[in-house]
Write a protein that binds this ligand. Sequence first.
Ligand SMILES: [Zn+2]
Ligand SMILES: [Zn+2]
Length: 168
Amino acid sequence: MPRDETNTTLSEATNRFRAFLHSHRLRLTRERIELLQTALGAKGHFDAEGLFANLRRRTPGVSRATTYRTLTLLEQCGILRRALVGRGRSFYERAIDRGHHDHLVCAACGRIDEFYDPTLEAIQKRIAVRRGFAIDRYIHELHGTCRACRNGRSSKSDADDRKNGRGK
Ligand SMILES: [Zn+2]
Ligand SMILES: [Zn+2]
């Protein structure tokens, strides 16, 4: 992503977050700004613990409780999206300025790939309409084994990078 675009996203997200916090009588503290920057700077999908570890390097005093609470606030105001990925693990990803997409999750290496299929979107909407169901949000995940793992080509370090939100 070009640098200008990152800055635009960051200032837009900061303004949105400030307004959201204000409406909940909360303040945009320095720790919350640091967390927002770290979250938006993460590539792809990351979990709360991985973000907490990164954040701690920048802001040593930050607590785990603050990290988790702020992530929830960022999700509520639409800056981050939470995707539930099997066995109680959940990942966050940037939601602001990104379109909706779904995930393919590799059980062997932890790789998370994204896809978007308009036919699938239309089917899901049709199912809801037929049942008079109003969709707030939905999470669609395919779990299995990625091509690299099926071919025995995935390396452990790649997988660790992805789990820590460093790889793509
Ligand atoms: Zn894999
Ligand atoms: Zn995603």
